[in-house]
Design a protein around this ligand. Structure first.
Ligand code: 5GP
Ligand code: ZN
Length: 113
């Protein structure tokens, strides 16, 4: 828990946010500024600032498999989806608590800007 971290505040419900999934390791909720009809974020409960400091292979795998399962719940598993993790400035990271974007529900372009 970091006092100044937006996603830690969501995890602690200091910022009330409707969760679409939670377990003991991760939570998931809809992005406030969706870039596609489905745009969810899978966020570990543990505060890790960037992928550069992600070392737990079980956690990395759990985030991806959670996204896969959520794609089924959200109805985009067969139509398809994209998983994105941004890192630091050039990667476009704006919230420094790692998160996996799950995007789908439309044909996505070749690159997300
Ligand atoms: P990043 O650019 O760091 O990869 O992604 C951060 C994402 O968090 C952005 O897509 C942004 O819209 C989303 N976001 C920022 N603040 C909030 C918030 O308070 N609530 C929710 N649900 N999403 C947020
Ligand atoms: Zn945090």
């Amino acid at each position: 828990m970091r006092e100044d971290c937006l996603f830690c505040k969501i995890i602690n419900q200091q910022i009330p946010t409707k969760l679409i999934y939670e377990d003991e390791t991760v939570i998931a909720f809809n992005d406030i500024n969706p870039q596609a009809p489905v745009h969810a974020l899978i966020v570990p409960r543990e505060h890790i600032d960037t992928i550069n400091n992600l070392e737990n292979e079980n956690l990395a795998g759990h985030m991806i498999l959670t996204a896969k399962r959520l794609s089924g719940v959200l109805g985009i598993q067969q139509s398809g989806y994209r998983l994105i993790m941004n890192c630091n400035e050039d990667g476009g990271q704006t919230v420094f608590h790692i998160h996996l974007h799950l995007l789908g529900g439309k044909q996505l372009g070749e690159l997300v800007q």
